[in-house]
Design a protein around this ligand. Structure first.
Ligand code: SF4
Length: 281
């Protein structure tokens, strides 16, 4: 892998200023596979996990497994204020794909604070088969993102192989969910909300508790546009039925790749290109 560095990082290297190598883990398959792939390539690689405080237990469990595998400390970063604080600050308006204040305040800010003004090469797990994804591109000149999987033509099947061969396998939530991140992530598909309800009914209730209807204006603050979680749960059978039909159609269209699709639960409508890479890689 050849690193093409920006002028700030090059200057730091020439002046012998310590350049930090940092890999941010989300608890998802791609950043985890990247950590395995990069293991031993730099002695001073730092690993971080930005914890929103609203992650799934399966994510915490997998991060801890990964730490044991890497034999390296994973630094846990957390915002001083929690999710509830920001919901109140924004008058009950829940984050969505357009505003994404949760990513900014609970993931990116702690990450940038941790880095400060140090020159950093930030390793991002975007794969070669997802050129549409942009990754976390910091606006700070001292942080240079690099994409080893893109440079080395590592695709989804390679990510699968890396994780299986390492013995880590994939996080358990892939049985009902297609990406890492908060249990209430608004990028979830409807069938994944049903998956959450079945796997973690208490978390589904917690997510529901963030929804509300403003008494004066009647305005509805819900995770899904036009539908509350209560309403969605009432349509559970229909949602799962439609999902099964679509899956059958896609499996037929992707003959030969069933294994990958089964493992990742990938759907053509999963909005991958819109999701936040620091949360979902
Ligand atoms: S996982 Fe989803 S809800 Fe959580 S911070 Fe990221 S975008 Fe926001």
């Amino acid at each position: 892998m050849e690193l093409i560095l920006n002028s700030d990082i090059q200057t730091s290297r020439q002046s012998d200023k310590q350049v930090r190598h940092i890999l941010a883990l989300s608890g998802g398959k791609d950043s985890s596979a990247l950590a395995v792939y990069m293991r031993g390539k730099f002695e001073n690689m730092e690993y971080v996990f930005c914890d929103t405080g609203e992650e799934l237990d399966e994510t915490y469990e997998y991060i801890s497994k990964l730490q044991d595998f890497l034999c390296a400390k994973i630094t846990w970063l957390k915002s001083e204020k929690d999710f509830r604080y920001y919901v109140d600050l924004y008058n009950g308006v829940l984050p969505d794909a357009r505003t994404r204040w949760c990513t900014r305040m609970l993931k990116l800010k702690p990450y940038e604070d941790f880095i400060g003004d140090d020159p950093v090469i930030s390793y991002v797990g975007i794969r070669a088969d997802e050129p549409h994804r942009k990754g976390y591109i910091s606006t700070k000149q001292n942080i240079q993102p690099v994409f080893p999987f893109v440079e080395d033509n590592i695709r989804i099947e390679d990510v699968e192989r890396i994780l299986m061969e390492s013995g880590l396998g994939v996080p358990r939530y892939y049985q009902w969910r297609s990406r890492s991140g908060c249990y209430f992530c608004f990028f979830q598909q409807k069938r994944e909300w049903i998956g959450l309800k079945n796997a973690h009914p208490e978390l589904f209730e917690k997510a529901k508790a963030f929804e509300k209807i403003a008494t004066e204006t009647g305005e509805r603050y819900t995770w899904n546009e036009g539908e509350s979680l209560d309403e969605l749960a009432q349509r559970a059978d229909t949602i799962m039925d439609e999902h099964e039909k679509r899956k059958t159609r896609e499996l037929n269209a992707f003959k030969g790749h069933q294994k990958l699709k089964d493992i990742w639960g990938y759907d053509s409508d999963d909005g991958e290109e819109l999701s936040c890479n620091i949360c979902h890689l």
